[in-house]
Structures are given as C-alpha cells and as structure tokens.
Design a protein around this ligand. Structure first.
Ligand SMILES: *Cc1c(COP(=O)(O)O)cnc(C)c1O
Length: 391
C-alpha cells in the first residue's frame, strides 16, 4: 500500500505536516534552522550553469522554502514569498503590480500604514491613488481609468470592519485586465480563500495569527499562477527577507494556527455578544454581527471569524470617561498589533484619515483583540472598566 501524501488530508492535518520531512532530518520531527549566505557548488559546471537547489542565501534556504511551500499549500497559491514585516509584504505586492504613471484603487478603510506608503512613496513615483468606499462592490467599475493597473482590497477593513464584496470586485478587475491584491490578515487563508475568490496576490501580516505569540514580525505574499513569476522576480530584485529564526518561529506557529484561530473565534464571539448586551455599547463592529457593514457578504464568503473586532460606545461618554476605562484595566493591554495570546484594547478614530467616506459611528470607538485568557476574567476586567467610565 502506498502512503498518502499531505494534500490528501484535511487542512488541520496538512498544517501539522507541511514543510518538514523527518526522514531527511535524521528522524527529528522539525526541520533544522538553516542560516547562511554562501552556498558552495560541487563543480564549475554547477556554478556557471546554476545547477543547484540553492545558490545564495538571499535567494532562499531550506528553512525559507519550507515556510513558502507550506503557505502556498495552505493558501491554494502557485507560489509564496516572505518579507520581514506585514508592511513589507504590502510594499512587495504593490511594487509587483505598479509602475510609474499607473492609477491604484485603494479602499478608504485600508490599514493606515498602507495609506502612508501610498502617500509617502507611491505618489512620489508618479502613481496616482484613488480611494474608494469599501462597500462599493461591482460599482468599482465606474472608478476605472485607462491607467488603472491595480485594485487593492482589505476585508474586513482595519478598525472599522467593513466586509468587501471581493468576488464582485475581482470580476470587474478581470474584465479590465487589472491586478488585484488583498490584505487577508484578519481571516487568514483558513477563514477566507482569497485566491479562490479571484485575488491575484494575497498578503498576510504573519506577525498576527501565524506568529501568534507577539514575538515575531513577518510578512507573506502569495500569488496565483498568472502573477507568481512577476512576484518572485520583484522579490529577487530586492532580497528583503526575514531572518532564519523568524522563519522557524512562523513554521512553529503554523502547527497551531487552526486551533488558535478557532479559539480566537469562539472567545471573541462570546465577548462581543456580552458587549452587545451592555448598555455602554451601542454597536458591535464584528463581521459575524448584523450591525457590521457587509455582514451578509461575510456569511456568504468566509468560513469563520477571528478574534479582532470593534465596539461603538454610547455617545454620552467623553474621551476622559474612556480614559478611566482604559487606564485601570488589569488584563487587557493597550498596544498595537494583535493575533497573540494576550488580549488588547485600543481607542481609534477613522475620521482622522478617511478621505472619501464619512466615519460617523455615533460614539467613541474601541478595538479589541481577544486572547487566550479566561473569558470570565476578561468580562470582569471590562465590567470594572465600564464602572470606572460611568463615575
Ligand atoms: C498589522 C497589520 C499589517 C502589518 O503588519 P506588520 O508586521 O506589523 O508590519 C498589515 N495589515 C494589517 C491588516 C495589519 O493588521
């Protein structure tokens, strides 16, 4: 009887097996960490004709290859490249599809540093950026100009959680031969199959759920067959790659990605439902809630929800009131990033940077990342905070 291969199994089994081969690792379960610049060739012929699996550290190591190939299998992609941060992955994807003189369509709900990159660098390179309402769907067609080469998507939107109609937008893009890039960090390929939904490039801040422990910065870009050669070429031209230990940590994170995401999902839903029942909260911006723009699209296109969402507070609460809530918390930390084992909370205001849509949620807004602490402890921490906020 022949042994089955990794791709014969369900995804939860696959992520335990991808990117390692005990038979070639002296029997050890995990692959060793390869650090290296120089690769020596056995013969002059091999050197001159580049006949070797690896030829130099910037072009890849077995450790990098293990992670790239694992991610391609997980994402249903033709190929994957890595970057030292999620923002680096965004830059890599945009530089793959754009050239001077092009027009780029960007959702108004995009992750703020993406917007900063557009303003700080892309505009300087002669690229024009048109921001669009993230809920535009197929009407994006009306924004397309003769020089529009790329549509960027991020679903749900950072902080505000609008769920985009990705299939409608990618269908329009295909009609006009426009490239699509999605920031799929919130859902990961486990909850949203970006390439199956028509996206050419899909990126992920591996910093978040893949790392999972707030000790890793990592970016990942995967491509479909059409865009893979161009993505790989752009990567090779720049050689901005993460270090070997970070690739090892990402591979370690991969083993528990599914189970951690499912925990994040159920805990975040529990806390979000509890928050919805609180008089201090007027709205929950979580794709699994009807209050959330695009909730019906989320139900149609996603297979789950992760642990990050926002709430809108009763407008009677002032900035100082919210400060009393936040400053006295015992478990929730105040800080950026998310996807780790620990819970976080941050105040935000999208009105500071939006340019084509109004941000008028009806009260002050907080974003929560639900970690792996006991949910009753988390609720008590928030309930005590609400009591401080009211007095
Ligand atoms: C955090 C984040 C990034 C960037 O990741 P870094 O590794 O912190 O650079 C990109 N997109 C989204 C949606 C994020 O939340």
């Amino acid at each position: 009887m022949t042994k089955k291969t990794v791709s014969d199994f369900h995804i939860d089994t696959q992520i335990t097996q991808l990117g390692r081969d005990p038979a070639s690792q002296s029997g050890f379960v995990n692959a060793p960490v390869y650090r290296g610049s120089t690769v020596v060739f056995p013969t002059m012929d091999a050197l001159l004709n580049n006949r070797a699996e690896f030829n130099y550290g910037t072009a890849g190591t077995p450790t990098i290859k293990n992670l790239e190939q694992s991610w391609s299998a997980l994402a249903g992609a033709e190929g994957t490249v890595l970057s030292p941060s999620g923002l680096g992955a965004i830059v890599l994807a945009l530089l793959t599809t754009l050239k001077s003189g092009d027009n780029l369509l960007m959702p108004d709900s995009v992750y703020r540093p993406t917007r900063n990159f557009c303003r700080g660098l892309l505009e300087k390179m002669g690229i024009t950026i048109t921001y669009y309402d993230p809920m535009i769907g197929g009407d994006i067609e009306s924004l397309i100009k003769s020089n529009t080469s790329t549509i960027f998507l991020e679903s749900p939107g950072s902080q505000s959680f609008e769920v985009q109609d990705v299939p409608a937008i990618t269908a329009v893009a295909k009609k006009y031969n426009i490239a699509t890039i999605i920031d799929n960090t919130w859902a990961t390929p486990l909850f949203f199959r970006a390439h199956d939904m028509g996206c050419d490039l899909s990126l992920e801040a591996g910093t978040k759920y893949l790392g999972g422990h707030s000790d890793l910065l990592m970016g990942i870009v995967s491509a479909n067959a059409e865009w893979w050669p161009k993505l790989r070429e752009t990567y090779d031209l720049m050689a901005m790659l993460p270090g070997a230990e970070d690739c090892f940590l990402a591979l370690r994170g991969l083993r528990t990605l599914s189970i951690r995401l499912k925990e994040a999902q159920s805990r975040a839903l529990d806390i979000a439902h509890w928050l919805k029942s609180r008089p201090e909260v007027i709205r929950v911006l979580h794709p699994a809630f009807e209050d959330c723009p695009g909730h019906e699209i989320w139900k149609r296109d996603f297979t789950g929800s992760s642990g990050l969402f926002s709430v809108v507070l009763d407008p009677k609460f002032t900035q100082d009131d919210v400060g009393r809530l936040l400053d006295g918390l015992s478990i929730f930390g105040m800080g950026y990033s998310w996807g780790g084992f620990e819970s976080l909370i941050t105040p935000f205001d999208c009105a500071e940077y939006r340019t084509v849509t109004q941000w008028n949620p009806g009260g002050r807004t907080l974003r929560l990342q639900i970690g792996l602490e006991d949910v009753d402890d988390l609720k008590r921490d928030l309930a005590d905070g609400f009591a401080r906020m009211a007095h």
